[in-house]
Write a protein of this length. Structure first.
Lengths: 297, 297
C-alpha cells in the first residue's frame, strides 16, 4: 500500500482501545489497595509507544486481533512495572513521573514494590487466557518473547548494567549494549510479539527484528538528547537527572550534534528494514519510527 | 498403590534433579552481577517444598516429565523472588535468610530488587520453551496458573493484605483470606501446575485443589507456630519477628494449642481429599502433607 495513512486517526483509535483494555484488565479489586496502586501506575499517562508497536506489527502481518490487544497491554504492564521499580528510592529515587507523584510517593515504598511485582504477573496472565480466545501456540510464543524481553538478558539485565555504570565511563559499544537490553529489548520485543500474532515469513521476521533494534536504540538516543534539551514540564519527569547522577549517555559520549545525527541514521536503518520486509502495509510502523525520533517528550 | 513409599529416597532423587535444573537455568551470565545475585537467591538453600509438590502431583496424574521439571523450577523461582523482595528494608527489613545474609545485604538493595524482578521473568521463560519440548497447550496452562498464583489475586495480593494488617487485629476469616493468597496461592498453584502437566479428570482436579488449599493453609499455621516455638538457628531466619512486629498470626489469634489442633485438622482434610481423588498413587503427596505439618523448621 502506498497511499498515505491518517496516522493521527490510526493512533487515536488504537490508543482508545488500548486504554479501554488496560482499564478493564488492571482491576481496582486487587486487595488492600494494591489494585488502586496498580491502576495509578498504568492508567492516564504514558505515550503507549510499546502497545502501538505491537498493534502496528500485528496489523502488518495480519495477526490475530485479540492476541494483539493482549500482547499490547502486556508490554505496557511490563513497562509500567519497570518505571515503578525504577523510581524507588533504592534505584533512581524519582518523585515525579508523567507530571504526577511517583507510585511510592503516593502509596508508600512497600506497596509500590508489590504493585510492580503484581503488574509483571498480570502481564503474563493476559497472555494466557482460559479457553481458546487465543490459539495456544500464539500464547506460548508471546509468553516466551515477553519473558526474554523483560528478564536478565533483556530489560532487567540492562538496568543492572545501568546501575553498575554510574560514575564510570563507557565506550560507545558498552553504552549500546546497555541500551539494547534496558530499553531496546522491550521495544524490539513489542514488535516481535506483534509479529508473533500472525504468520510472518522468516525474512519478514528478520526485517522486523532489525526495525525493532534500530527503533529501540533510536528511542534511547533521543531520550538522552531530551534529558539535556527539554525542561521537566515538557518531559513530565525530572530533566537533567542523567548529568546530575553522572550517568553515561549518548550526549555525554558523542555530544549533542553527533547524537542527533546518530538518531537520524537509526531512523533510516529502521525504515530501510521495513522496505526490505516484503510486508504489504508498513505505514503505521514507519510513522511510529518517525514519531520516536521526532518527539519532544 | 498401597505399598509404602521410600519417601526419603523419593525426595533425595527429586531434590537432586531440581537443584541440577535450577543451577542450569539460573545462569551466572546475567550482566553486571545480576546472574550472581539471582543464583545466590535461588541455589543452596530452601526446602524446595513447592517443586516437590509440582513433581508429586505431576507423577500422580502421569504428567509430562519435562513440563513438570520446568514447572517445578518456575514455582521455586517465584518463591525465591518473593523472599528477596520481602526481605528488603521497605518490607520486612530482614538480614538473615536460610542462615545467610539476605540478597540486599550481600548485593545492595537495587541489585536485589532487579534480581527479584528478573527471577519472576525467568519463571515464565522456563514455562514457554522454544520448539515442542513441551506441548503448547501445557505451556499456556502453566503460564496461566503461575501468573494467577503470583499476582494481585494470589501471592502479591496476600502480601498487600499482610502489609495493611500490621498492628491491626484480624478475625480468623480475614487471617485465613490473607494466607490463602500470601502463601496458599503458590502452594496450591504448585499442585495444580503439576496436575496440568497431565490429564486429570475434573473430579481429580477438584480433589487436588482441595488438597492444595488445605496444605497451603496448614503450612502457614505451622509457620506461625514455629515463629513462636523455634529458635533462629533452627529456622534459618529471625524467629519471633511476627510478635515483635505485632503481626496477626494463628498463634496470636487462636493460641498455641488450638493452632496445633488446627494444623492437624487441615492435614486430615488434605489427606481426605487425596482419598477421594480417584488417583492411583498419591503416596508422595500424602508424605509431603505430613512433612509440612510435622516439620520443625
Amino acid at each position: 500500500m502506498t497511499g498515505s495513512l491518517d496516522f493521527a486517526g490510526w493512533t487515536r483509535d488504537r490508543l482508545g482501545r488500548v486504554e479501554a483494555a488496560l482499564s478493564g484488565w488492571v482491576d481496582v479489586g486487587g486487595p488492600a489497595g494494591l489494585g488502586e496502586a496498580m491502576r495509578y501506575a498504568v492508567l492516564d499517562g504514558g505515550k503507549r509507544l510499546r502497545p502501538l508497536l505491537v498493534l502496528a506489527a500485528a496489523e502488518a502481518v495480519g495477526g490475530h486481533e485479540g492476541a494483539a490487544m493482549r500482547a499490547a497491554c502486556s508490554v505496557e504492564l511490563i513497562h509500567a512495572y519497570s518505571l515503578v521499580h525504577d523510581d524507588l528510592p533504592c534505584m533512581d529515587n524519582d518523585v515525579l513521573r508523567r507530571g504526577k507523584p511517583t507510585v511510592h510517593v503516593k502509596f508508600g515504598e512497600a506497596q509500590a514494590l508489590l504493585a510492580g511485582d503484581a503488574l509483571q504477573a498480570l502481564a503474563f496472565e493476559l497472555l494466557a487466557p482460559e479457553g481458546d480466545v487465543v490459539p495456544v501456540a500464539v500464547q506460548a510464543s508471546l509468553c516466551r518473547l515477553l519473558a526474554k524481553a523483560a528478564g536478565a538478558h533483556g530489560m532487567a539485565g540492562g538496568q543492572a548494567i545501568d546501575l553498575a555504570s554510574v560514575g564510570r565511563s563507557l565506550t560507545e559499544d558498552e553504552l549500546r549494549h546497555m541500551h539494547r537490553l534496558k530499553t531496546g529489548a522491550l521495544l524490539q520485543g513489542s514488535v516481535m510479539m506483534g509479529a508473533a500474532c500472525g504468520r510472518a515469513s522468516a525474512s519478514s521476521s528478520a526485517a522486523l527484528a532489525r526495525y525493532g533494534a534500530a527503533l529501540g536504540l533510536a528511542f534511547q538516543v533521543v531520550d538522552d538528547i531530551l534529558d539535556v534539551t527539554a525542561d521537566s514540564q515538557t518531559l513530565g519527569k525530572t530533566a537533567g537527572k542523567d548529568a546530575e547522577q553522572d550517568k553515561p549517555t549518548y550526549v555525554s559520549l558523542l555530544g549533542l550534534e553527533r547524537s542527533r545525527e546518530h538518531a537520524r541514521e537509526l531512523l533510516a536503518d529502521a525504515l530501510g528494514a521495513l522496505d526490505a520486509s516484503g510486508l504489504e502495509d508498513t505505514r503505521a510502523l514507519r510513522a511510529l519510527a518517525r514519531m520516536v525520533v521526532e518527539r519532544d517528550n
